[in-house]
Design a protein around this ligand. Sequence first.
Ligand SMILES: Cc1ncc(COP(=O)(O)O)c(C=O)c1O
Length: 460
Amino acid sequence: MTNRQQLFFDHLAQTSDFPLALEIDRAEGVYLYGQNGEKYLDFISGIAVSNVGHRHPKVLQAIHNQLDKYLHLMVYGEYIETPQIQLAEALVKTIPQGLDNVYFTNSGTEAVEGAMKLAKRFTGRKEFVSCFNAYHGATQGALSLSGEEAFKRNFRPLLPGIKHITHGKIEDLEKIGCRTAAVVIEVIAGEAGVRVPDVAYHQALRQRCNDMGALLIYDEIQTGFGRTGSFWAFEQYGVLPDILLTAKGMGGGMPIGAFIAPKEIMSVFKNNPILGHITTFGGHPVSCAASLATLNVVQSVLAGGRQEAGGERQEAKGERQKPEGERQKVKGERQEAEGERRKVKGERQEAEAAPVGICNPDPNNGEFAIRTNPIQAKSDLIRSLLVHPKIKEIRGRGLMLAAEFESFEVLKPIIDRAIARGVITDWFLFCDNSMRIAPPLTITEAEIREACTVILEVID
Ligand SMILES: Cc1ncc(COP(=O)(O)O)c(C=O)c1O
């Protein structure tokens, strides 16, 4: 054992007896490099974080620029910090309408916690509905949402009043009732092994929430920032949430998260009590600067590299650059009627051209489809390469994929051997017979071929 390994096992808190314990010296693009010349292709992006690869030059530049200006100045929400307001504006522009207020956090879990408090305070209700086999974080509120008893049993008491439904099962939506503050749900169920529901499911979910007066909270912590082939996964369903959660890929490798909601919902944090939600480091200026650069890179990737960061990107999105007055209208629009939301589909059909990453339903069949883009092309390439009798199916959207094997016993040695051969994959928290495939969105065709060749060889 090297000295560094010894220190790792002696002093770094361990949460399992089987950490990967790879010693990484540096990282660049899709590769991690070990101390002694080892090279690993990161086919999971550090679990859906490094969407723009490791140390993307534009992210590094943004970090350097911000380092030269200031680090922490004040607890959240008091000073006007340019990186925060620029990122908030850019995030709001990625969302078709209504969600115009951003609260920055340090992590995904904190975004979940903040959103749960917000939903309770806004609706005056206490009950939450979430999915079996979902992971929303490890703190006590987020953990309460988990449908996996084994993870919760020894940490009770947790939050009461949580109901669980099966992701994708329309009949279960009946469990959402007039006491439900909010449904917290992923658009595509990640840790359940990448389960992709159909459009009808999310539209029925939206309708049920409307009917019951419950808020719909989309946890896009894993699916956001281009991971599924559109900037947000909800774009593929034509359904808008009331509160949107993001983190992971958002920071380009820096820690940051956010919950995003209409101002009329978010403003309840201003009174009763005042300072209804507080954070010291949430929205750290360096993380915000990195995140804005990441957002630009992701949009550029989605646009096929035609768009560049900054001015050009802004120009290309006249659609999304609604004048201030128009954005204000959103509040009124949201209040008008629940039925309004249902119009989203129709409105989109009328729109001439969707903004980058926003999908129009196909005018012929009214279906939502991902527009052809490089992320989709890479996804298709992986699917076409990973053909083997031992791979039962490949599920997913964009570069959030799961390759299913017969069992964990079959899969585990494949993952171990792939790592030994320099390709990092993984399984899922609640699905151990499926291989997680979530490379950086910036991965090249050659790198995909390299990874898939190794995976196929180790299966054999
Ligand atoms: C869907 C989802 N929600 C929430 C979280 C928690 O995020 P974090 O680990 O940043 O606290 C995760 C993390 O894996 C996640 O995948």
